[in-house]
Design a protein around this ligand. Structure first.
Ligand SMILES: *[C@@H]1O[C@H](CO)[C@@H](O)[C@H](O)[C@H]1NC(C)=O
Ligand SMILES: *[C@@H]1O[C@H](CO)[C@@H](O)[C@H](O)[C@H]1NC(C)=O
Ligand SMILES: *[C@@H]1O[C@H](CO)[C@@H](O)[C@H](O)[C@H]1NC(C)=O
Ligand SMILES: *[C@@H]1O[C@H](CO)[C@@H](O)[C@H](O)[C@H]1NC(C)=O
Ligand SMILES: *[C@@H]1O[C@H](CO)[C@@H](O)[C@H](O)[C@H]1NC(C)=O
Ligand SMILES: *[C@@H]1O[C@H](CO)[C@@H](O)[C@H](O)[C@H]1NC(C)=O
Ligand SMILES: *[C@@H]1O[C@H](CO)[C@@H](O)[C@H](O)[C@H]1NC(C)=O
Length: 411
């Protein structure tokens, strides 16, 4: 089924399912890992949070292999409901760039999102899917009209897709209420009034829908562009959104798994003793994402893969390319912001959660100095396929690792 004319939630190409199932088999060990609720309060740490909080490290560890191999009949989401929603989707196509920045934890999404946010009058949402990622399969999902539903974990991709689509269309009343109460959602100065409103209604969803949502809706309807960054949504869900909104742009931001995992260790999302498992999980997710984007015909247009390493090596040039890709002017504000947060030569900032990297290129290399070679070997063991595919070079000795004259990225 061609992506542009698609009218329902089926996959673009059946071939992708087969490939995914094959890919999924080695990763059958996924277990059930429970998530705490996403906190409702704007914690001090979260105001600086870059990539989501540590407790959500394993949101992807659902029974992916199981849900894939057993196919659609196992998805316990109400099909009729989805089709209805989907048909309503045809009434309006928004005339501004709709942009998804899709990635994994600690891969530079906060930084990239910040650049898109600097476009004048843009709307930018930071991790709005954390609520669904953390609660589907574990807790009731509540809607603004008071409806509560318990969804099977296998519905997660469908729910992600539907919610993202409704967000992009400013249809906030159709998005689960919890989405707007998650502190992740509110990590933006340009939405402060909205967030204060959400805090003010103290969990009363009726009031949330009546008082606060209209504020966001107004902002959304006037926005010049709308970008959403996502690290807990996998490409299988993104493919569904692309089918619903083929004019949307998807930027797949990828990063060398070694620094991504070291960074996860540094912020306490991965324990040293668990590095092997975490590497395997991280790289199997990434491998599946890559496979989906290659197999599914939805990704033949409006899709761009961006390596983080290229972005920091030449921030202005690479972002100019990204802005051209999403059909936005490379506005002077944007250029200024890039210079400010990525191009201050020699300024290496030591902060765990920040979009301001100072000298982004230098910051991106720091891991090589501090990493234990044995850890590097461990990650490389589990990530060799992904690294090969994305052009990252294995370090075969500690000397390779520490010698900065030697690039570990193929350019
Ligand atoms: C994953 O699948 C196994 C075996 O089918 C099952 O026992 C387990 O409860 C499932 N976990 C989740 C989170 O659905
Ligand atoms: C979940 O929602 C159902 C109704 O859809 C309700 O019967 C059940 O009590 C709810 N569970 C919780 C824990 O709120
Ligand atoms: C409440 O909203 C949900 C999600 O949009 C929708 O599926 C459901 O039908 C609505 N329920 C009522 C009673 O309007
Ligand atoms: C929410 O607020 C409305 C309007 O003030 C009120 O009528 C309703 O009882 C409140 N709901 C709850 C659950 O407190
Ligand atoms: C890593 O995974 C293996 C196999 O699934 C499991 O037995 C082991 O307990 C895990 N290790 C840790 C530290 O979670
Ligand atoms: C390490 O070995 C692999 C496989 O032989 C090779 O592709 C890679 O270039 C080597 N790395 C370095 C830094 O020489
Ligand atoms: C890296 O290159 C510089 C300049 O070319 C050289 O002086 C230095 O010795 C090299 N370092 C290593 C470890 O090879």
């Amino acid at each position: 089924m061609p992506c542009r004319r698609a009218t329902n939630f089926r996959r673009c190409s059946p071939g992708s399912i087969i490939i995914l199932v094959l890919l999924a088999i080695p990763f059958m060990y996924y277990g059930r890992i429970l998530f705490p609720d996403v906190p409702d309060t704007y914690g001090t740490q979260l105001s600086e949070t870059g990539e989501g909080n540590g407790r959500n490290r394993f949101q992807n560890a659902d029974n992916r292999s199981r849900s894939l191999s057993q196919g659609e009949s196992q998805v316990h989401l109400d099909r009729k409901h989805i089709d209805q929603e989907n048909n309503r989707g045809k009434d309006r196509v928004r005339n501004i760039p709709l942009i998804l920045i899709v990635s994994m934890m600690r891969s530079g999404t906060t930084f990239t999102g910040e650049v898109f946010r600097s476009y004048p009058d843009s709307l930018y949402l930071f991790e709005p899917m954390q609520y669904l990622s953390g609660n589907v399969g574990h807790n009731n999902i509540t809607y603004m009209n008071g409806t509560q539903r318990f969804y099977d974990r296998t519905s997660l991709h469908d729910l992600h897709a539907l919610a993202i689509r409704n967000l992009l269309l400013c249809r906030f009343h159709d998005v689960p209420a919890g989405v707007f109460k998650s502190s992740h959602f509110l990590y933006h100065n340009h939405l402060k009034n909205f967030y204060n409103c959400v805090l003010g209604v103290r969990g009363n969803d009726t009031l949330l829908g009546k008082k606060c949502i209209p504020m966001l809706k107004q902002k959304c309807e006037r926005a010049t562009s709308f970008a959403i960054k996502l690290i807990t949504v996998r490409m299988e869900a993104i493919a569904q959104v692309m089918k619903l909104l083929p004019e949307m742009y998807v930027i797949h931001l990828v990063r060398d798994p070694r620094p991504a995992l070291f960074s996860q260790m540094k912020v306490g999302q991965v324990a040293e003793s668990n590095l092997a498992n975490a590497s395997e999980l991280h790289c199997s997710d990434l491998l599946i994402d890559l496979a989906v984007t290659k197999q599914d015909s939805c990704f033949r247009q409006n899709f761009h893969r961006q390596r983080y390493e290229d972005l920091v090596r030449d921030p202005l040039g690479q972002f100019e390319g990204l802005f051209e890709f999403v059909n936005l002017k490379f506005h002077p504000n944007v250029q200024g912001r890039i210079k400010q947060i990525a191009m201050r030569k020699g300024v290496v900032r030591k902060c765990l959660y920040c979009s301001d990297k100072g000298d982004a290129m230098a910051a991106s290399l720091v891991w090589r100095k501090s990493a234990h070679f044995s850890h590097v070997t461990e990650i490389q063991k589990h990530c060799d396929k992904v690294m090969n595919e994305l052009g990252y070079i294995s370090a075969n000795s500690s000397a390779d690792l520490k010698n900065m004259n030697f690039s570990l990225t193929k350019f």
